[in-house]
Design a protein around this ligand. Structure first.
Ligand code: CAA
Length: 445
């Protein structure tokens, strides 16, 4: 069996932009640096009036299929990962397939379609499903389309409001892929948690502070599980570590813990010992509180070392470049972190062919997954084809009042009729409701 992985990727960002420092912070009476420095976010992307999870997903998939010269017959599976679905029965993938059938010759009648749910990790779980389907030999030579699409909106006034975002990532999963090969080994950290949930409601109920702790705990479990099959992970094993990024500050916390873990019992720990001591080991303490206090002191000192800061700048910071300007895309978030890292490598002339990524996905509720990816020979072509910078630059800036209007437009409990802020061109838009109250779509030339 040839290698299996991501052959191509296309991204669609919501077409509106809310500036957090200039627009959101003054309206909330907050210091702009809480967002830019604390959370690490500069702006959020929002869907315009005629955009939703279907149009964003279909636009990303359309771009990907056109660029790769694919027809519906080439696709044997369409999985949509989302936590913003508006129908408890009919999956978003059917709407997206319907959109695509309006512009491509042929149809997807023989493609298996579904919708995956486990908060933000379901995008990665859909990659898994596609990978397993291909490796099982059930794909009849066809590829799978995985689309992670979300409008990550919080109730107004919720602490999560600053981390909102909207966008879609379409990925083609195939044998002998052009972008990255997925490792056979993977690790999980999974537990019944109530950190973030939407019990039949559109906007999440969130215990924000707890969600941060759950993210860290499950990631750590997943890393240990991954190591149990792949061997110890060391800092030099991977060039970048793209992680689920609800906001860059979250990844900053995870990165410090990860660095402590991957440098334990290594030359790096030895080389730091003279300056900050060795890492505290639980067995050396009678009292758990004293151990945790000692770990906190070590981490504070580790954060200030040149070794850590250099590693962070090189392996983590580049994964956050896109997230900073778009906010949380839930299921798509870890997949824009990968794109962001590889785009950085391209800009800096780093030859990534054959190099590794350590990918950490997370979904509230809660589950983390860690796997490795090996970058393929043709990766540069795929990364050069990304048009995310143009999309971000073309977004329409919205005022705080316009933000409130657009938030209401996308609130399922409200009926707001306003004109779109942007003029659609060569894209799918939402254009109303059909006889069974189903959403309807059309392609605008
Ligand atoms: N200058 C610089 N930094 C500042 C600052 C200022 N003026 N003011 C505050 N900060 C810092 C704070 O110190 C804090 O950083 P540390 O955590 O490193 O100390 C950071 O900015 C945020 O400040 P607060 O903690 O006071 O912010 P908050 O309480 O208003 O909200 C949050 C933070 C609870 C995470 C909130 O954004 C939230 O609820 N988000 C949604 C939930 C979420 O994203 N959780 C992440 C894990 S769950 C997950 O990953 C799934 C998912 O996608 C949702």
């Amino acid at each position: 069996m040839n290698s299996v992985g991501i052959d191509a990727v296309a991204i669609h960002a919501g077409k509106l932009r809310l500036d957090l420092a200039e627009t959101f912070a003054p309206a909330k009476g907050e210091d702009p640096e809480k967002y830019t420095k604390g959370l690490g976010l500069h702006a959020s992307s929002f869907p315009d009036v005629e955009e939703d999870i279907v149009t964003m997903g279909a636009n990303a998939a359309h771009k990907l299929m056109t660029r790769k010269g694919l027809e519906p017959d080439d696709i044997g599976r369409i999985d949509v990962a989302t936590e913003s679905a508006f129908d408890n029965s009919k999956p978003v993938s059917t709407y997206i397939a319907g959109c695509l059938e309006a512009v491509f010759e042929g149809d997807f009648h023989h493609a298996n379609k579904g919708e995956r749910k486990f908060a933000c990790i379901s995008g990665t779980q859909s990659l898994d499903d596609a990978y397993n389907w291909i490796r099982a030999g059930r794909n009849r030579g066809r590829a799978a389309l995985v689309i992670a699409t979300d409008t990550a909106l919080y109730a107004r006034g919720d602490a999560g409001e600053a981390t909102q975002g909207a966008g879609a990532v379409a990925m083609l999963i195939a044998e002998d892929p052009d972008l990255v090969e997925l490792s056979l080994e993977q690790g999980f950290g999974s537990a019944d948690e109530t950190d973030f949930l939407k019990p039949n409601q559109q906007f999440p109920s969130v215990d924000g502070k707890r969600s941060v702790q759950v993210y860290l705990a499950r990631m750590r479990e997943a890393l240990e599980d991954y190591e149990s099959v792949a061997g110890d992970v060391r800092a030099e094993d991977f060039v970048y570590a793209p992680f689920h990024t609800p906001f860059p500050g979250m990844v900053r916390k995870a990165a410090l813990l990860a660095y402590r873990h991957v440098t334990r019992d290594t030359e790096i720990e030895d080389s730091l010992a003279a300056r900050i001591g060795r890492q505290p080991r639980a067995e050396a303490f009678d009292d758990e509180d004293a151990f945790f206090e000692s770990v906190r002191e070590y981490m504070d000192a580790l954060k200030e070392t040149e070794q850590y800061q250099e590693w962070y700048e090189q392996a983590i910071e580049p994964t956050l470049d896109i997230a900073r300007h778009v906010g949380n895309w839930y299921t798509g978030s870890v997949h824009i972190a990968r794109a962001s890292a590889l785009r950085n490598a391209r800009e800096n002339g780093i030859d990534m062919a054959g190099e590794s990524l350590l990918v950490g996905s997370y979904g509230s509720g809660a589950q983390a997954e860690i796997h490795a990816e090996t970058v393929r020979e043709n990766w540069t072509e795929e990364i050069d084809a990304l048009d995310i910078d143009d999309q971000l630059a073309a977004r329409r800036d919205i005022s705080f009042e316009e933000y409130e209007e657009i938030h209401d437009v996308h609130n399922h409990d409200k009926e707001i009729d306003i004109d779109a802020f942007t003029t659609p061109s060569e894209e799918f838009i939402r254009d109303g409701l059909g006889p069974m109250d189903e959403r309807t779509y059309r392609y605008v030339e």
